[in-house]
Design a protein around this ligand. Sequence first.
Ligand code: FAD
Length: 446
Amino acid sequence: MQEHHEIVVIGAGPAGAIAAALLQRRGHKVTIFERQRFPRFSIGESLLAHCLEFVEEAGMMDAVRAAGFQEKNGAAFACGDRYTDFDFRDKFSPGPGTTFQVLRSRFDQVLADEAARQGVQVHYEHEVVAADFDGAEPWLEVRDVRPGADATPRRISTRFVLDASGYGRVLARMLDLERPSKLPPRRAIFTHIEDRIDDPAFDRQKILISVHPEHEDVWFWTIPFSNGRCSLGVVGAEEKINAAGTDLMATLRHWVDGAPNLKRVLANAVWDTPANTIGGYSASVTSLHGRGWALLGNAAEFLDPVFSSGVTIAMHSSKLATECLDRQLRGETVDWEADFAAPLMLGVQCFRTYVQGWYEGSFRDVVFFENAQPQIRAMISSILAGYAWDERNPFVAEHERRLAMLAEVCRGLTSRRAAQAEAEAKAAAAANATTETPQLASAAAD
Ligand code: FAD
């Protein structure tokens, strides 16, 4: 008899574990097939506050809190001598104002264990290798890839497939849904270090985003963990990052040496872990759903790491998709485009505007502007904390127009202040000259 599972989730990352638990809690039977053995490394260690709402709803908050991750309350930005930070607790939208910086190997294991504790069947080292949605019911082929196991694919029928396979992009590849991202290809080189940061001004409760002073499109993340270690990475245009050499560690150190603020902070660091690299990660698809399937998290769309939005978007997609699927399995007719894709893309488009603004410079000007009104900073802080779906925030509802306007105001005021400062400096110099002249004259007479 053919194996049958009510709902299959591909992948046990954050999108898969949260989706599986949310459905299981609504009374459905969920099976996850995960290709790898956990714990496994994953990039994406700085969470946003909004994602904790989904962790809470999935009944996993106590376990996440008990894991002892580094608390995070905001994001700091530095470029040369300029420094600013946004505290997620000072934000416009309701919801949590703190979150965590996590070793993803541990965090993803906690979420998957919690899903299993709630009744989800999690099959590790089981790879989905084929899928078909043309028949009466969807079916998948799954291979047991555990060492020594019979790896012959076995056929599994199901009522619905949620693809949370991340960079595996299982259904996007099999159903020919892949669409190139509109964002240009970028590359990241990263490692973990024993940071030994002794600067009392360094805030371990914030991710530090440092901008390279000469190459403004090159930036670094520093994500402190609770164990005295940091995740450190550099991101930039593929050809620019690669041009610095082929040895990953030497290339990363070369870029860090070019950012004096970061070099100073990491002066005592022990670089004890080989560097790794990932490129061409921005991706998109032609559709987020079809008959018998929906795409979650990175299996659908990935923008850019700069605002740490990946896990939050992944969990938000899980929340929306599981609500639709629950209704559908109860016999309702669901408009997946209106109730899943459109509301999900609202936040994704909002993040996209700020990501593009970051690389083009408009959002950097806003971030580093020194005299912003507190209400406006709170609205920006909300977006940085992940609340990119809260349309009561004008910088969400009209993200493109508002960002363009705000950037123009910030630039105008910055250049006016610079001109004023220059004029004041000239006036002061002239005044000094007139007061100094008699002294010089008397000195000359002596
Ligand atoms: P994943 O976490 O990738 O999980 C997918 C799972 O599916 C994997 O465990 C995989 O083994 C499994 N799988 C794949 N193929 C198959 C198959 N055929 N069969 C069965 N299982 C399969 N996000 C943040 O929130 N914060 C950050 O600070 C951040 N930094 C980033 C830095 C960089 C350089 C990059 C590239 C991304 C970053 N991200 C960050 C994004 C983050 O990595 C992802 O958005 C997040 O991991 C997506 O979660 P997911 O559950 O969709 O996929």
